[in-house]
Design a protein around this ligand. Structure first.
Ligand SMILES: *Cc1c(COP(=O)(O)O)cnc(C)c1O
Length: 360
């Protein structure tokens, strides 16, 4: 048995979740957000799985777009942060990349560029996140600059929510109102909703483009009881039990004996640790699923291994048993919460030591 840590990815789940996002905003088109290697799920595989349904894809930078074009992906690809240096513009224009424009440097570079094809631009407004974009008072001027350029084909209005995952916050409504008011009578399609806003139906019929990310991978940024229908987890992360032993009351487990047995306990050692991307901060008691039964981790997660309770398999040889860390049976959100992080970071944090396998 070789050391196997596998992320099994159900591509049909990703497609269903994408179509579900679209069904929540029936009149909108949807950017399938596959930046950061599709949140760790494999950008090319995910793009291929969505190729016959996706309206467009979203990535963080040109390297991620080139990877998709080289793999034969034909859809428009939106660069969510636009270009970082002017020499990207020729590739952008020749390969149907769409380009966020969020600052004056980009406006100036675009104006000076010699392009054979005009590009489609997504003009970004800072409606309150204060990360990227033109302030509302700068926005109409930026729009006019773009409108006057021969290098520009169409312009979509774009902004991003800072707090859409917090349904008790009124800030999402404030951002929406400011964004829509500032656009006013300017022509062009409109886009603001991320997964949280799509699931909460914040702007369902007021925009032409939605931008689902985390939800297409089947992890909800909202609590389960806040969403109408459960998403389908796309990734199941699995490792195996490689060692077992029975310890006595009072014996400690792992580094610094973070967990101490309060009775005779059978423990299993699992072939996954923080060097694979399993969070070191996962608390004692974080759930796992072993050979069909729920269990929990014991003690501190180490680099290559962690320990779990296998007392329920007292009579059995457990070596080689499958252990699910998250996926079909263990909610990634639960693991994230117990590790003081979010599903996004867990998915993106998987390292190259984790092999991916795809279910069609
Ligand atoms: C990543 C990203 C999204 C998707 O966000 P989720 O919370 O994963 O749905 C949407 N818009 C922009 C600009 C992004 O950077």
């Amino acid at each position: 048995m070789s050391r196997t840590v596998t992320a099994v990815i159900k591509l049909t789940a990703i497609k269903e979740n994408y179509l579900y996002a679209k069904s929540l905003s029936p009149s909108a088109k949807a950017i399938a957000t596959i930046k950061a290697n599709a949140y760790g799920h494999g950008a090319i595989e995910v793009a291929n799985a969505l190729a016959d349904v996706a309206d467009a894809f979203g990535v963080a930078c040109i390297e991620e777009a080139i990877e998709l074009r080289d793999a034969g992906i034909k859809q428009p690809i939106l660069l969510l942060e636009g270009f970082f240096s002017a020499d990207e513009l020729v590739y952008i224009s020749e390969n149907n990349l769409w380009c966020a424009i969020h600052n004056q440097f980009q406006l100036d570079a675009l104006k000076a560029a010699k392009l054979n094809q005009p590009i489609n631009v997504w003009l970004k407004m800072d409606s309150g996140m204060h990360r990227l974009g033109f302030l509302p008072e700068e926005y109409a001027d930026a729009f006019q600059q773009l409108s006057a350029m021969s290098q520009v084909n169409s312009i979509v209005h774009m902004s991003h929510f800072s707090s859409a995952d917090d349904l008790s916050s009124s800030f999402t409504q404030q951002q929406t109102a400011l964004f829509i008011d500032t656009i006013g009578a300017l022509p062009g399609e409109v886009s603001i909703a991320n997964s949280s806003a799509i699931l909460a139906k914040v702007v369902a019929d007021r925009t032409q483009w939605i931008r689902p990310g985390i939800m297409i991978y089947g992890a909800s940024p909202l609590d389960d009881q806040q969403i109408a229908k459960p998403l389908i987890p796309a990734m199941t992360l699995r490792a195996k039990i490689i060692s077992q032993r029975t310890i006595n009351k009072g014996d400690g487990v792992g580094y610094n004996a973070l967990w101490t047995a309060d009775k005779t306990t059978k423990i299993g050692t699992v072939s996954i640790g923080y060097a694979d991307g399993y969070p070191r901060h996962a608390q004692n008691g974080t759930p796992v699923f072993i050979n069909g039964k729920p269990s929990q981790i014991l003690g501190r997660v180490s680099m290559d291994m962690l320990m779990v309770d296998i007392s329920m398999f007292e009579q059995q040889d457990c070596i080689g048993f499958d252990v699910e860390l998250w996926g079909d049976n263990i909610s990634v959100n639960k693991v994230a919460k117990l590790s003081e992080t979010i599903s996004y970071a867990l998915f993106c944090g998987l390292t190259r030591r984790v092999s991916k396998s795809y279910l069609k």
